[in-house]
Design a protein around this ligand. Structure first.
Ligand code: GNR
Ligand code: NI
Length: 184
C-alpha cells in the first residue's frame, strides 16, 4: 500500500468527468487500498479516485466512529479511546432514487483544504454500486453517509462542494486559498 498525493484546487484534473470501471480486479483493489490509506492519513471521511488523479468512478468512505469507553463511575476514559474503522468501497455508484426532503451539512473537502460551506442535498438516497469484490449492492443511505456519498459522487462528475455555494462565497474561498498558498 502507498500514500498518494491529493490534488488541490485549481488543479484542472478535478474538473474531469470520471469513466466507469470495466472490471473489479486486483489492480483496482490495490488502488482502492491506496485511496483508503491516503484518506486515513489526510484525515478525511471519503475520497474519490479523481482526487488522487485517477479518472475512474471509484470512491471510498469511512465515517470512523470513535469509541470512548467509560469507567465504573461512567466517566469517559479518553486514553482508551479507539477509532473503529469501517471502510466502504463504491465502484460505479449510481443514485437510483433521492428523497424530496433535503438536509444541510457544513461540508469540507480535502481538495479545498480548510474551507467549509453549508451544502443542501437530498437527505436520503438509494444507491447501486459494486463492492470491493465486484459484487452488486443496492441500499438506501441516510445521514452523514448519504451526504458524504453525494459529495464523492459529485467529484466523479468534476463537481466540488464550492460549486453548490453562491458565486460570492465560492470566490471568497478561492481567494482565501490563493492567499494561503502565497503565504507558504
Ligand atoms: O473529509 C471529508 N469530510 C466531509 C465532510 C462533510 C461532507 C463531505 C466530506 S468529504 C471530505 C473528504 C473529501 O474531500 N472527499 O472528497
Ligand atoms: Ni471532496
Amino acid at each position: 500500500m502507498a500514500l498518494r498525493e491529493i490534488l488541490v484546487v485549481p488543479h484542472p484534473v478535478l474538473k474531469q468527468v470520471s469513466q466507469p470501471v470495466e472490471q473489479v480486479d486486483d489492480e483496482l483493489r490495490a488502488l482502492m487500498d491506496d485511496m483508503l490509506e491516503t484518506m486515513y492519513d489526510a484525515p478525511g471521511i471519503g475520497l474519490a479516485a479523481i482526487q488522487v488523479g485517477v479518472p475512474e468512478r471509484i470512491l471510498v468512505i469511512d465515517l470512523q466512529r470513535r469509541i470512548t469507553p467509560v469507567d465504573d463511575e461512567g466517566n469517559e476514559v479518553e486514553d482508551e479511546a479507539r477509532d473503529i474503522r469501517e471502510p466502504q468501497y463504491f465502484v460505479n455508484p449510481e443514485i437510483v432514487w433521492e428523497s424530496e426532503e433535503y438536509g444541510v451539512y457544513n461540508e469540507g473537502c480535502l481538495s479545498v483544504p480548510e474551507m467549509y460551506g453549508d451544502v443542501e442535498r437530498p437527505a436520503r438516497v438509494r444507491v447501486k454500486w459494486l463492492g470491493y469484490d465486484g459484487a452488486a449492492h443496492e441500499e438506501e443511505l441516510d445521514g452523514l453517509l448519504a451526504t458524504c456519498l453525494q459529495h464523492e459522487m459529485d467529484h466523479l462528475d468534476g463537481i466540488l462542494f464550492v460549486d453548490h455555494l453562491s458565486k460570492l462565497k465560492r470566490d471568497m474561498i478561492m481567494k482565501k486559498l490563493t492567499k494561503a498558498r502565497k503565504g507558504k
